[in-house]
Design a protein around this ligand. Structure first.
Ligand code: FES
Length: 79
């Protein structure tokens, strides 16, 4: 399986409002942390996330989190 592109070593803080979001899993979107369709032709697909309430959330930017779509600190292990 191909490795996703690391969009950024860290996380993307987002002020969520209730609704559906599509997290970019391939790392190639120009609208990080969300999908802009750039994954077409790759083996990656965006992951849906439903926000139930308004709150701040930290989305994974390195695309190696074990808790998709949220940051779990995996970027700290990248060299
Ligand atoms: Fe990365 Fe769609 S652009 S998953």
């Amino acid at each position: 399986m191909a490795e996703p592109v690391c969009a950024q070593k860290g996380s993307y803080p987002v002020d969520l409002v209730p609704g559906d979001y599509w997290w970019c899993a391939c790392g190639q979107s120009k609208k990080q942390p969300f999908c802009d369709g750039s994954h077409k032709g790759t083996e990656f697909s965006p992951r849906e996330f439903k926000a139930e309430k308004s709150e701040e959330a930290w989305f994974c930017a390195c695309k190696r989190t074990g808790k998709q779509p949220m940051c779990d600190g995996s970027h700290k292990k990248l060299t």
